[in-house]
Design a protein around this ligand. Structure first.
Ligand code: GTP
Length: 406
């Protein structure tokens, strides 16, 4: 049970009574200022739909060079990424843009999203590898893909097979926000019908795009601005116009597309949804996109890795892995000890055996020597007896003198 104790300002008026937890938001704020935010946006869509122009317009900077295409379009999907640091009121945003040139440009586009899936998964895998290190860094660089702007060609009909297949393949890995490119090419009525068709197609094919949370939000000081996020959400899928041309309208610098019959303003909600999109994504939901990536898409990936079992490298938690490594080392050490003891015992037995043999040989030798000695002793004894006999016969006494002749 949680008991709600309201601390009145008067109660906490003296320094000793003030606990200080009211300062938490400031601590969080200071930390955010210090660390900044890391955010990765991926732009996917067929060549020439205005992805680079849109990215430049979104961050009011020349992230990409938009030049007329002289180079051949790659026949396979390439992945290019670029990181820029944007600073606004001391808040740093490390923004990584991932471009996917070549997507959907081949004659046969089956599985052309595979390199994109691999890229997203690899970013998750890198993060997981860092996270499961025994000595992991204090701040793990978050290079996971937080948002994918998927550009739909302004055909006026509905989603194409490629759009459906791509979004289905990526929907469980990344937050997808579909965008209708080159909104200035459709009339107001055509755009309404096109949006309805797209929403119907998304529903029919059960495609899950990023769900913007319900929250209050306003675009401060901008003409024709909607007053709530709810109004912005009604514009999904956002139809945008991008431009690299900046002119001064009154005191304001504005991106425009100029035609012989008139001017389309990028930051004008009567002309397109660019402002609503920028507001709902960058101003209102950047942190939510990071959280959804971390809590849903990354967790999905992590879970799948854990379930892979023995096939993956990361199937066990580090403590189990350590324990197993310790047991293996102990087992190996015991094995080495046993082998050494066995060798030692064998050597001792061999030495004992050799010593026993040598002792036996010495005994034999001694016996033989005794026998020879005994034999020689016998022979000597016999010679002495013969000598005594001879002396007696010759009349010689033991001192050597002849008996009876002196
Ligand atoms: P790739 O780099 O080949 O993938 O192309 P991209 O999708 O990045 O398109 P890019 O931004 O290079 O724009 C292609 C052409 O479309 C350029 O001539 C742009 O000026 C033009 N363009 C960009 N945005 C719009 C738009 O909103 N409306 C119209 N009508 N043209 C646009």
């Amino acid at each position: 049970m949680v008991v709600d104790i309201q601390r009145e300002p008067s109660q906490a008026s003296t320094k000793s009574e003030f606990m200080g937890f009211a300062n938490f938001p400031n601590q969080v704020f200071r930390r955010c200022i210090k660390n900044g935010f890391h955010f990765t946006i991926m732009v996917v869509g067929q060549s020439g739909l205005g992805k680079s122009t849109f990215t430049n317009s979104l961050f009011l900077s020349e992230v990409y060079d938009v030049k007329p295409h002289q180079m051949p379009i790659p026949s396979t999907v390439k992945i290019d990424s670029k990181t820029v640091c944007l600073v606004e009121n001391d808040v740093k945003l490390y923004m990584t843009f991932v471009d996917t040139p070549g997507f959907g440009d081949a004659v046969d586009n089956s599985n052309c999203w595979d390199p994109i899936i691999n890229f997203v998964d690899q970013r998750f895998a890198d993060y997981l590898a860092e996270e499961t290190k025994i000595e992991r860094p204090e701040n793990i660089a978050d290079n996971r893909v937080h948002l994918c702007f998927y550009f739909i060609a302004p055909t006026g009909h509905g989603l194409k097979e490629l759009d459906i297949e791509f979004m289905k393949a990526l929907q469980d890995r990344v937050n997808i926000v579909p965008i209708i490119a080159k909104a200035d090419t459709l009339t107001h009525q055509e755009m309404l019908t096109f949006k309805q068709n797209i929403l119907k197609d998304l529903d029919t094919h059960e495609i899950r795009i990023y769900k913007f949370p319900d929250q209050e939000g306003t675009i401060v000081g901008i003409k024709n601005a909607p007053t709530k996020c709810e109004d912005n959400r009604k514009r999904i899928p956002f139809a945008v116009v991008g431009s690299n041309k900046v002119i001064d309208i009154g005191s304001k610098r504005t991106r425009v597309r100029e035609y012989p019959w008139g001017t389309v303003e990028v930051e004008n909600l009567a002309h397109n949804d660019f402002l609503a999109l920028r507001d709902i994504v960058i101003r209102s939901n950047l942190v939510d996109l990071i959280n959804v990536t971390r809590d849903i898409h990354y967790e999905n990936f992590r879970y799948k890795q854990m379930c892979k079992g023995a096939k993956g490298n990361l199937e066990r938690d580090p403590f189990t892995q350590l324990e197993e490594e310790r047991r293996t080392v102990e087992k190996e050490a015991a094995e080495v000890r046993r082998t050494k003891e066995k060798i030692f015992a064998e050597k001792v037995a061999d030495r004992e055996h050799k010593l026993a043999d040598r002792g036996k040989a010495l005994d034999e030798q001694e016996k033989e020597n005794r026998r020879i000695l005994h034999e020689k002793h016998g022979m000597l004894q016999k010679s002495l007896e013969e000598l005594s006999e001879f002396r007696r016969a010759a009349g010689i006494n033991d001192s050597g003198s002849s008996i009876g002749h002196i």
